[in-house]
Design a protein around this ligand. Structure first.
Ligand code: NG6
Ligand code: CA
Length: 523
């Protein structure tokens, strides 16, 4: 009896203990599961959209309800940066998690440039593929294609499919550059083999009209650059012959990419694996060709109309995610590749009709500029049910998406320049990046804490063609962004200690003589 009772006692204790261990173990598994999450991930990447172009960032003249939905129901960053004030370097950096100025070829690329990302290099889509994601890109590429001598009539490789994307539906470069065709998984869409495509950035093809030889064919006038081949009445950069049936329709481009992006998520929603979609929209980059149904909607001419079109597109895309039942399980990052510009080479009323709208928000400069407006951009993290609506002033850059997402999905992949700011990205911490080296047309500048330092550069202070202050000055510039977000008061002389600290910080990352680069001459 006694022994029995003792045995019973031991048994009870053992049961208790083992259930305790089981509990602990299952807790542990739960914690791990909670840490590593594999939601679908979507980058919505705008082209030349400024801080002040999103009404959640700056209430005023342009109303963007769908961008605002992401901003107001997600985490809206006020102190977030693209890596560069132009497109190619920013895109290179967001996908590779490295500073673009480390790669001397990371400059605005012509449509014939070879692929900029080394197929051996780690990228976000590759990293995500390693942990089970399917990956796709729809929209603007502008990171080069092939090895430098592309035959557009054969499979074009290497390209997005060789640097981590399972699926690609892209335009090669920009809307203002030839070739003006869509490319799906390396093949020009709708190409008639009897009408092969030829592309050159050096010479016109005999007998082909250009903006110079045939101005009467133009429906949009060029202001600077953009006077080579004419496609759909719009003069472009570069020369192209043939490929008539494959040429895109500019006014349908936004709808076309939307259709592809929707088809992609619809198909992926049926699968077990999570997906990553890099949705690189083309607005409001030039030439601004909103569909006629958006004409006049902003009162600001085609630039404003193109932004409202893009806003509508984002709304439609969100509806698709919702109707596929995957909105709750999808992390959306919304941002832009570089700051805003009004006249970027065409007469399109962007300057004349701007009214009181301020695309750069409170910041100085714009696209191409070392001043804040070049790289300080809208940046939103939206994850329904997971990220609480809030505003974050923490400093974060697009380079940090690499390690932050790597941490989220349980990958070990890291890069030298990316920082794991997952807690910041999800709104659990306000402790962002300490310092950052931004780039604008091959020049670099330094951000640390509340401060911005621009080293001396030759070159024009004002780029007259686009009417943007580039940030060039023969002396050092130092600004306290907290007191002076629009960089009006240069404190370099009055605060030499801070200046020295900033120069040292800059040189530690950039190397000594990091500013000894002749400012790139923009045409
Ligand atoms: C510039 C173009 C500009 C735009 C830019 C690239 C001229 C004079 N200007 O060289 O119109 O295409 O390149 O913009 O050709 S980006 O957003 O893709 O970097
Ligand atoms: Ca751009």
């Amino acid at each position: 009896m006694k022994t029995n009772r003792i045995t019973l006692g031991w048994l009870c204790l053992l049961t208790l203990l083992s259930s305790f261990f089981v509990a602990c173990k299952s807790n542990e598994t739960e914690t791990n599961l909670a840490e590593v999450q594999k939601p679908n991930i979507i980058f919505i990447y705008m082209d030349d959209l400024g801080y002040g172009d999103v009404s959640a960032y700056q209430a005023g003249t342009l109303i963007t309800p769908n961008f605002d939905k992401l901003a107001n129901e997600g985490l809206r960053f006020t102190n977030a940066y693209a890596s560069s004030a132009t497109c190619t370097p920013s895109r290179y950096a967001i996908l590779t998690g490295t500073y673009p100025w480390r790669n001397e070829n990371a400059k605005i690329l012509p449509g014939t440039a070879p692929l900029l990302i080394d197929p051996a290099q780690m990228t976000i889509p590759k990293m995500l593929k390693q942990v089970g994601y399917n990956t796709g890109v729809v929209g603007k590429w502008h990171l080069g294609l092939g090895n430098g001598n592309v035959d557009w009539n054969k499979e074009i490789s290497p390209g997005p499919n060789q640097v981590g994307f399972d699926y690609s539906y892209i335009m090669a470069a920009t809307q203002d550059r030839v070739p003006t065709v869509y490319i799906q998984n390396g093949n020009v869409v709708g190409l008639d083999p009897n009408d092969p495509i030829l592309v050159s950035y050096d010479m016109n093809f005999e007998g082909e009209p250009t903006a110079i030889s045939n101005p009467e064919m133009l429906t949009m006038k060029w202001h600077h650059g953009h006077n080579n081949s004419i496609v759909n009445g719009i003069p472009r950069i570069g020369f192209m012959k043939g490929g008539e049936a494959a040429k895109w329709s500019d006014i349908d481009m936004a709808d076309h990419f939307l259709e592809k992006a929707k088809a992609y998520v619809k198909e992926e929603a049926q699968k077990d694996a999570p997906f990553f979609l890099y949705y690189a929209m083309q607005q409001p980059h030039v030439p601004r060709t909103p569909h006629p149904r958006f004409e006049g909607t902003s009162g600001m001419g085609p630039r404003g109309d193109a932004i409202l079109e893009a806003d509508w597109i984002v709304g439609e895309f969100l509806k698709e995610l919702e109707s596929q039942g995957i909105l709750e399980n999808t992390l959306i990052i919304f941002s832009s590749d570089n700051g805003p510009v009004l006249n970027d080479g065409y007469y399109d009323d962007a300057v004349e009709k701007i009214g009181n709208h301020t695309p750069a928000g409170p910041f100085r400069g714009g696209k191409y500029s070392l001043f804040e407006a070049g790289t300080r951009l809208p940046f939103i993290a939206y994850w329904k049910g997971k990220i609480q609506p809030a505003v974050s002033d923490a400093m974060i850059t697009q380079i940090d998406l690499f390690e932050s997402l790597s941490a989220l999905v349980g990958s070990e992949a890291k890069t030298n320049d990316s920082e794991n700011l997952l807690d910041v990205l999800l709104g659990n911490s306000q402790k962002g990046r300490e310092e950052f080296v931004l780039e604008a047309t091959s020049r670099t500048a330094y951000r640390k804490g509340d401060w911005a330092m621009i080293p001396p550069y030759n070159g024009p202070a004002l780029q007259t063609s686009v009417n943007i202050e580039l940030g060039n000055l023969k002396e050092y510039q130092l600004y306290n962004l907290k007191d002076d977000p629009s960089q009006q008061t240069n404190l370099a002389e009055s605060n030499p200690e801070k200046l020295v600290e900033m120069i040292n910080g800059f040189e530690a990352i950039r190397g000594e003589n990091g500013n000894q680069i002749e400012a790139l001459e923009l045409k």
